[in-house]
Design a protein around this ligand. Structure first.
Ligand code: C2E
Ligand code: MN
Ligand code: MN
Length: 404
């Protein structure tokens, strides 16, 4: 099957012009053998390459290109299928964009690319190449900072805050995971993640309940989260709790119950953020909206969780604007290598800025992901890179330090 792949990358510092020529001629021979055609654009610092050919050949070639040490920040911009080759007549040509910026610009370039006459300016590949050819691509894309600039020293595990013990008869418990601002080294909140009595995941607890008790049990479980925070003496940062939307709807006095739990643990509503997802259809949007309004009136913060995954979508965001938007980890995963995810997150961040919403990136596991997100303007992070959830205690955080 004929497939097309486009990526962008940045030249490794100190690469000489003749080396670039050598790379291209080696690539040309290799690509011929693989029946891969395309085009390689270079602007003095960045490469953008279109590869087209049999899908197995293209994927294998891209894998080895990604590992090539002579360039870095390799970002895949497109992977698509096509009925025919766009660059069949060209082999693999190196085009120095600087000549085209100075000369006839995009049109001169496209005239060469589209020499076969079979292409139109509407073509998707050409649309992607356009900002590069015009020289303005940096307005459209974020380049992450270098992960090598940072080290994450191991934390002193001997120093976690004291873990609380499970009380007799307590049906469930909580793990805490910090949400951090790495550059200012602050913990902005702890998220309380439900665990079964034996320490298992939330589903283990929920599936042990009769279905008609699910929402009430979800709501009532929070008393243990508030008590935990109180006993650990965490007063200077917020506590995020998770609730099914229906847990705010199923009981008529759900918000009052929550407020009583909060004050019984000598916490304040202003300390608390409720995270909701759209894991399930909200059967009664009107009651849900009024529960949200009640939370807001009481001073409790609201976050949309898992944004971009499954059901947590744009209509929920359009319906009510939360204090925080937590971008789901399926969007965050390997974002530094993925042009589609980067474009999506950039537009989420624009929407957040326009609505005064604080974005949070969830599930950050690698330094590279963090570096890209921070460069794109995200300031708050949650993920294994910084700290894993700790049962009944507040785990130590790994803070990044500038290398050397
Ligand atoms: P969530 O609210 O999105 O919580 C984050 C989940 O991602 C947690 O899973 C956490 O352990 C995991 N996580 C955190 N950092 C990373 C990372 O870097 N990589 C990966 N792969 N995972 C990471 P957990 O604790 O199993 O919870 C799963 C989900 O269960 C939660 O997702 C939340 O939607 C739900 N949940 C948790 N506690 C409650 C609760 O009290 N009530 C309700 N209704 N749902 C809850
Ligand atoms: Mn959550
Ligand atoms: Mn989440």
């Amino acid at each position: 099957m004929l497939s097309t792949l486009i990526y962008r990358s940045r030249m490794q510092e100190g690469l000489a012009a003749h080396e670039i020529e050598a790379i291209t001629s080696a690539a040309r021979a290799r690509n011929d053998a693989l029946q891969v055609t395309g085009i390689l654009l270079f602007d003095g610092l960045h490469f953008i390459q279109v590869l087209e050919g049999p899908d197995v050949a293209v994927d294998g070639l891209f894998e080895s290109i990604s590992r090539d040490q002579r360039h870095c920040h390799v970002v895949r911009l497109l992977r698509d299928y096509a009925p025919s080759r766009r660059f069949a007549s060209m082999g693999m040509e190196l085009l120095d964009l600087r000549h085209y910026h100075a000369g006839g610009g995009l049109d001169a370039l496209l005239a060469r690319v589209t020499a076969t006459g079979s292409q139109t300016y509407e073509d998707r590949v050409l649309k992607i190449l356009r900002p590069y050819a015009e020289g303005g691509w940096k307005d459209h894309f974020v380049e992450g900072t270098d992960a090598a600039q940072w080290i994450f020293p191991p934390v002193d595990d001997a120093l976690p805050l004291q873990a609380r013990r499970l009380r007799d008869g307590q049906p469930c418990q909580f793990a805490l995971q910090p949400i951090v601002e790495p550059l200012s080294r602050t913990i902005s909140s702890y998220e309380a993640l439900l665990r079964s009595a034996s320490g298992g995941p939330p589903d283990e607890y929920f599936s042990s309940l009769p279905k008609e008790k699910l929402y009430e049990a979800d709501l009532r479980s929070k008393v243990h989260a508030f008590e935990l925070i109180n006993e650990l003496g965490i007063r200077d940062c917020k506590l995020s709790i998770n609730l099914f939307p229906m847990s705010l709807v199923a009981l008529p006095d759900a918000v009052d119950i929550l407020l009583r739990q909060i004050s019984d643990a000598t916490l304040t509503p202003q300390q608390v953020i409720v995270e909701v997802t759209e894991q399930e259809a909200i059967s009664d949007l009107k009651t849900f909206a009024s529960a949200i309004a009640e939370l807001r009136r009481a001073g409790i913060g609201v976050a949309i969780d898992d944004f971009g995954a499954g059901f947590a979508g744009l209509s929920l965001l359009a319906e009510f604007q939360p204090d925080k938007l937590k971008i789901d980890r399926t969007i965050i995963n390997a974002i530094h290598t993925d042009g589609a995810r980067q474009a999506i997150v950039r537009s989420m961040l624009q929407a957040c800025a326009a609505m005064g919403i604080t974005p949070v990136a969830e599930g950050v596991e690698t330094v590279e992901e963090w570096c890209w997100l921070q460069a794109a303007g995200v300031e708050r992070f949650q993920g294994y890179l910084f700290a894993k959830p700790a049962l009944n205690s507040a785990p130590p955080v790994r803070w990044p330090e500038a290398a050397r």
